[in-house]
Design a protein around this ligand. Structure first.
Ligand code: HEC
Ligand code: HEC
Length: 389
């Protein structure tokens, strides 16, 4: 080969190598950027933090981490142990039980459509993003241990993922170009990305609204009642996600109301039990925050018994009975007290007028809010088939 030809060849190799490098970089970036929301009719685009954009690689990594029991100090529990897909991501218990056997004060909530809440959990105005929320079950131990990751076992927990070839690849794909992508910040980002993507709006009610089927007579009577002045339900359980706390990409002004629904009145002056005082635990200056909780969505509600923040309402029948009575009167035991007379109870409760038959119709309507496809959707499924506790 002549000298000039050799140079030409070397130059060509260089061009190919450089092009190849940029191409892989582009493919990696595309893996990162490629994300398409497929939203049910009427659902707005969720709000996504600027420093944690959606990507398919991150969503899939997050799904694995969410269900992985290695994400706990003692390796027995993952997020998915308390948030089971078949129960619309709740656990069927009145209150949750953590990885070391600690009993928590509140019931596991569904993570379905949690992308749309401006504040997360039952009554905490400071948990404003999924990223902030996810750290709580992982690290918090002053209330009750959930996943029990501590300073003593942090390195060990991380090493479980760092030494796993599948996770090495997944973290590299989800966080391209990072020297040490397997860290807790990225674990939280990936889990939050998965949660943001768990969106459900394909219930019989949604299908009926889209004109694809007709609700039964009882469901239809219940629907009319639910949205009526007479039942008041939709004044709090409002909008596409049945909650008056809703935020989305286009939201400019977010309201974060909390309400007291008259479940307790342990001192006759409006207090709830010490284990669950309501928003007052966080915003303690204002006495009217006693017993106030966030309005949970009612989507898939037929699957998520028992109900309310502490699982103290066993069935939808009982929930409707309490609403029709304008609160709950507990006549004996440590929580004795007339919730109907709770001074901080939301005034709308007193306007509710529902006969027994009408309560049954509302329950029939609530049953039509179950999205069967959510429960078996492989995109949201546990890749490890973790046994529930
Ligand atoms: C021991 C059971 C348990 C485990 C493990 C657990 N959770 Fe939860 N989850 C709960 C309980 C209980 C609540 C309600 C907490 C409260 O109100 O204080 C909750 C609430 C939530 C919420 C709020 C939903 C809403 O509508 O506001 C999200 C999101 C969530 N969990 C995500 C996670 C993630 C992510 C993990 C893993 C890092 C996880 N959970 C692990 C029991 C658990
Ligand atoms: C004043 C606002 C308000 C009104 C009106 C209202 N709710 Fe609620 N609802 C709430 C709040 C707040 C909670 C959570 C309360 C708690 O846990 O202490 C809740 C909880 C529930 C739950 C349990 C949810 C769960 O995940 O455990 C059901 C079921 C329910 N409401 C149904 C209804 C129905 C049906 C109506 C109409 C008859 C109605 N609600 C009217 C605010 C309201």
């Amino acid at each position: 080969m002549k000298r000039s030809k050799l140079w030409g060849f070397a130059a060509a190799v260089l061009v190919v190598a450089v092009a190849g490098y940029f191409l892989t970089l582009k493919v990696k970036q595309e893996k990162q950027a490629e994300w398409k929301w497929s939203l049910p009719p009427g659902f707005p685009q969720p709000r996504v933090p600027a420093d944690n954009p959606m990507s398919e690689a991150k969503f899939q990594l997050g799904r694995h981490l969410f269900f992985d029991t290695r994400l706990s100090g003692n390796g027995t529990m993952g997020c998915g142990s308390c948030h089971l897909q078949k129960l619309a991501f709740t656990d069927g218990r009145p209150v949750a039980v953590g990885s070391t056997g600690d009993i928590t004060a509140r019931g596991s909530m569904s993570i379905v459509n949690c992308a749309y809440y401006p504040t997360l959990t039952w009554a905490n105005p400071s948990q404003v993003t999924l990223e902030i929320q996810a750290a709580v079950p992982m690290f918090v131990e002053n209330l009750a241990v959930e996943l029990g990751i501590t300073d003593n076992n942090k390195a060990e927990v991380l090493a479980r993922f760092q030494n796993d070839a599948d996770y090495q690849q997944r973290f590299e794909d989800a966080f391209p170009g990072e020297a040490q992508p397997i860290n807790f910040t990225n674990i939280i980002k990936a889990i939050s990305t998965f949660e943001r993507g768990v969106i459900s709006g394909n219930s019989r009610y949604d299908q009926a609204m889209a004109g694809k089927l007709k609700l039964t007579d009882a469901e239809e009577r219940g629907r009319k009642l639910f949205f009526s002045e007479q039942a008041q339900c939709s004044t709090c359980h409002s909008g596409f996600n049945f909650s008056d706390q809703t935020v989305s990409a286009g939201t400019t002004w977010t309201e974060t109301p909390f309400h007291n629904t008259g479940l307790y009145n342990v001192d006759g002056k409006g207090a709830y039990p010490d284990s669950n005082p309501g928003v007052i635990a966080v915003l303690s200056q204002d006495a009217t925050n006693k017993g106030k909780f966030r309005v949970p969505s009612l989507r898939n509600i037929a699957l998520t018994a028992p109900y309310m923040h502490d699982g103290s309402v066993a069935s939808l029948e009982e929930a409707l009975k309490n609403y029709a009575a304008h609160g709950r009167n507990i006549v004996s035991g440590p929580d004795k007290g007339d919730g109907r007379k709770n001074p901080f109870k939301d005034a709308r409760l007193n306007k509710i007028k529902l006969s027994k038959a009408e309560q049954e119709d509302v329950i029939a309507f609530l049953g039509a809010l179950t999205d069967e496809t959510l429960l078996t959707d492989p995109r949201f499924a546990d890749p490890f088939q973790t046994a529930s506790r």
